[in-house]
Write a protein that binds this ligand. Sequence first.
Ligand code: ZN
Length: 258
Amino acid sequence: MPDPSSRRRLLQLAFGLAAAGLSSPALAQTRRRAAPLPLVVLDPGHGGKDPGTIGVTGTHEKRITLAAATELKRVLERTGRCRVAMTRSRDAFIPLDGRVEFARKRDAALFVSLHADSAPGARGASVYTLSDRASDSLSAGLAKRENQADLRGGLRLPPVSPEVERILFSLVRQETRAGSDRMASSVVRALGGEVPLLPNTHRQAAFAVLKAPEIPSVLVEMGFLSDRRDEAALKQPAHRAKVARALAQGIHGWLARA
Ligand code: ZN
C-alpha cells in the first residue's frame, strides 16, 4: 500500500491528467456526462424604442425578429441537444454591447443575431460574419445602420506577459473566426433548401453585435422588409416556422462538428 503522502501525490497526478484531458476513457465519459449542454444565445434584433426597419406595409422589424427567435428557441429546445437563451424575450431596448455581454457572461457556445433589415433592391435571406472590411457595399450599409454602439471586447486571460497575451488573443480570435465561418456555411446550406437566398449569401461586415472575441457569432438577415415579397412572407407564422426549422438544422449541424 502506498503511504498517505504518496497516495496524495498520485491523486494529484490523476487530477492533473484528468484536467489536461488525458484521463481514462471511463473518466472522460463521466466528465462528458457531467458537462452541461452547449448554450446557444439567440439575439432578436432591435426592440423597445428602436423598431428596426419599418416594412413597405408598416411591419416593424423588432416584432419579426422576436417572433422568429421565439419559434427558433422552441424548435431547438424540443430536440434537447442544446440550451437556449434569448437576449430579449419582450419588446425591450438592449444596446448592442449589452447583447454581446449577455452571451459572454453565460459562456455561450454560439451567438445568432436575427434581423430583417432594409436593403433597397435586394431580396432573400443572407448570413453575415465579422470582418473589419465589408465584402460589398450592401453589407457595409447594413453594418453601418446596425451599429448604434461599439464594443471593445476585453478577453479575460491568465496573467501573462503582454507579448504572450497578444499571441493568445490572436489565436482565440482566429479560432472564433473559423467557427463563425463554419456556422455561416452550415446555415446557408440549411436555408438554401427552404427560402429564397440573396446571391453571395455569406457576406462580411463590421457588425458591432458580432464582436465577442471568443464566441462564434453570425447575423442572419431572414429577408429584407424593404422588399414587398420578403415582408409578406416574414409576416406569416408558417414562413417563420420554416426559417426556424432551417436555422435549427444549421445550428445542430454546427454543434455536431464543434
Ligand atoms: Zn436589424
